[in-house]
Design a protein. Structure first.
Length: 611
């Protein structure tokens, strides 16, 4: 069964009858190594072929679908067609010419990449490594009708699929032969998966990842084509393009691309909705990070990004509801006042065309209920991203929680992402083995909260380091020197972070780094976190809690010997450590100067893996 992107169910409402029938045939008559895109914008110009079909051995095919009956076609030449419509005669581009223009544009785009060009010894030297072609599907004209006219003088018969050649019981081999007979040439070069990814990278800029999280939403062509291209995998792209209307919940392990999918969804909704869009998360630093990305994309006027309590305060101020007095319960009372104001009608519900919640596991049930009310019922667009393994606020976990209980209609609309792309296999294994006892898989019904074991994408790197030193001061020295060494080897300061448990650790590391002339951004307070600028070339010094949702190629965690804290639940401390370790994309450096249960545990894990 071919991979159809988006899924058929998600795009039925915008398909013509001919497009729908062709998509159904593609799904059932082609094998699972076929990739098929329906009505997806291509390249920076964003033109929309009806269908793009890619096969590793066959090549790439562009198809236009027309639901014209024979009597609709009044005149047809090589460039123009005059068709009869309910409102009279209408002149449109010849569909074969349209497909040709699209196909040549695609071929020219892909030809910019030398890795997709045949080498000098190849018979097609200097041309694309794989065949490409184009054709037309006439969904309401039979082959007999086509042959009884002079249409074949303008539409090459071997590049046309007719109505009776795409019926439900058509033989799969015969259906495929109609597709591949459209190619003027064929040769046997089989595209590798990296080459297929390069094709996707060029055709669909919105699925690119440029290696750092701050580039997730970039869709402009890079000045030069990178040697290593990172893009959404097929599952991520399929999910991102297939998210339909209504309430949606994505359960995803750390590093599975949830935030990337949220970003793609923001771009899509900003293009299609006239009402404002709201993105919420609990973490102040994450909100600042997401806000900077949305602004770079030019969506700031349509998409608002807030941390939850800042949004609550903003709502009270805008609608002239008195703020609570400062005190220990200030944040709690902000939420209570907002809920009462919404219930009384003083603050209107349904303000947003769409609401998207990142790190939804950080939200209390009553917060989710409040936010769900803010979605315009006419659009009913709500997306919640969730990973209970990263739920580090024990008071917010409720084993009896269900989305239905807070007004989120998630049944039949949930997706699970198990594959971790962020971390190398070595970082992920150490982190997961360290936390295994509190992250044991837990099944749940579709409306509940599962606990999912992460699976590695098999990207490899160095084994995480555990350095035992004489004092915390020497821990700070070691991390500083390692960062200086990595920077000298070409690693940017912005690609490094210190993730710490206690304030004195952050203060010591920030001062030591600064004393060595290293640019530092210490996100120790909420007001500082709001100024978090991911593009600034500085080392980020951030707490475990504030690091959630962020990622860096290099992460250092000092002071492991202080964990677990005596006054804290050890299982919750394990979760915190898991969150901190999984911020590291490539290299994880952990230091300690004293023995503790966590030092012993991590020593055992790294020794077992090294052996």
């Amino acid at each position: 069964m071919a991979i159809l992107i988006p899924t058929l169910n998600s795009c039925l409402c915008r398909m013509t009858s001919g497009e729908r029938r062709f998509a159904q045939r593609v799904e059932t008559k082609l094998e699972n190594d076929y990739l098929v895109w329906y009505d997806v914008p291509v390249g920076s110009s964003g033109f929309h072929p009806d269908f793009i079909i890619l096969h590793p051995r066959r090549g790439l095919l562009i198809l236009e679908i027309k639901d014209w009956k024979l009597e609709h076609i009044q005149r047809l030449d090589k460039t123009q067609t005059t068709i009869l419509t309910n409102s009279g005669a209408k002149q449109v581009l010849n569909p074969f010419e349209q497909a040709r223009i699209y196909a040549h544009a695609v071929a020219n785009l892909l030809s910019q990449d030398s890795a997709l060009i045949a080498a000098s010894h190849h018979p097609h030297q200097g041309k694309l490594l794989f065949p490409w072609s184009y054709g037309v599907v006439l969904s309401r004209i039979t082959r007999r009708q086509f042959g009884s006219t002079n249409l074949g003088e303008v539409l090459p018969p071997h590049r046309i699929i007719c109505q009776d050649e795409m019926v439900e019981d058509v033989n799969a081999e015969k259906f495929q032969s109609h597709l591949w007979n459209m190619f003027p040439w064929q040769f046997g070069k089989v595209l590798s998966l990296p080459q297929i990814d390069r094709v996707r990278w060029h055709l669909f800029p919105e699925i690119r990842i440029f290696g750092k999280q701050q580039d997730l939403f970039t869709d402009d062509l890079a000045p030069t084509v990178p040697d290593i291209m990172r893009i959404m995998d097929f599952q991520q792209e399929l999910l991102a393009r297939s998210l339909g209307e209504g309430h949606r919940v994505i359960h995803g392990v750390a590093g599975s691309g949830k935030t990337m999918i949220l970003g793609y969804r923001c771009v899509h909704l900003a293009r299609t909705l006239s009402r404002p869009i709201l993105v919420l998360c609990y973490n102040v630093a994450l909100a600042s990070f997401l806000e900077s990305l949305i602004a770079r994309k030019g969506l700031a006027e349509k998409v608002s990004v807030r941390n939850f309590h800042a949004w609550c305060r903003e709502q009270l101020v805008v609608y002239h509801v008195p703020l609570p007095g400062n005190g220990q319960r200030y944040a709690e009372q902000l939420v209570e006042k907002l809920m009462m104001a919404v219930d009384s009608g003083q603050i209107p519900a349904g303000q947003y065309g769409a609401v998207l919640i990142d790190e939804g596991h950080d939200f209390l049930p009553e917060w989710l209920r409040l936010v769900a009310q803010m979605v315009d019922p006419d659009t009913n667009s709500l997306l919640v991203l969730y990973d209970d393994a990263q739920s580090i606020y024990s008071t917010r976990r409720n084993p009896k929680f269900s989305f239905k209980s807070v007004g989120i209609q998630a049944q039949g609309r949930t997706t699970v992402l198990r594959l971790n792309y962020r971390n190398t296999a070595e970082v992920l294994r150490v982190a997961y083995d360290f936390a295994r006892e509190v992250l044991a898989p837990l099944d749940a019904d579709e409306d509940g909260i599962p606990l999912i074991s992460p699976e590695t994408a098999e990207r490899h790197g160095p084994l995480p380091e555990l350095m035992q030193l004489p004092s915390f001061s020497q821990e700070a020295d070691y991390i500083t020197e390692r960062f200086i060494q990595l920077n000298a080897e070409g690693m940017a300061w912005r690609d490094m972070a210190v993730v710490y448990r206690s304030n004195f650790m952050g203060e010591k590391l920030a001062k030591r780094l600064s004393d060595k002339g290293i640019p530092v951004e210490w996100l120790q307070q909420s007001n500082s976190s709001r100024r978090f600028r991911p593009d600034d070339d500085s080392v980020k010094v951030v707490t475990f809690h504030s690091s959630k949702g962020l990622e860096f190629p290099v992460v250092a965690i000092p002071g492991l010997g202080y964990m677990p804290y005596e006054d804290q639940d050890p299982r919750e401390e394990v979760r915190l450590m898991y969150v901190g370790m999984t911020r590291a994309m490539e290299r994880l450096i952990i230091t300690c100067h004293r023995e503790s249960a966590f030092v012993s545990r991590l020593n055992a894990v790294t020794s077992r893996i090294a052996a």
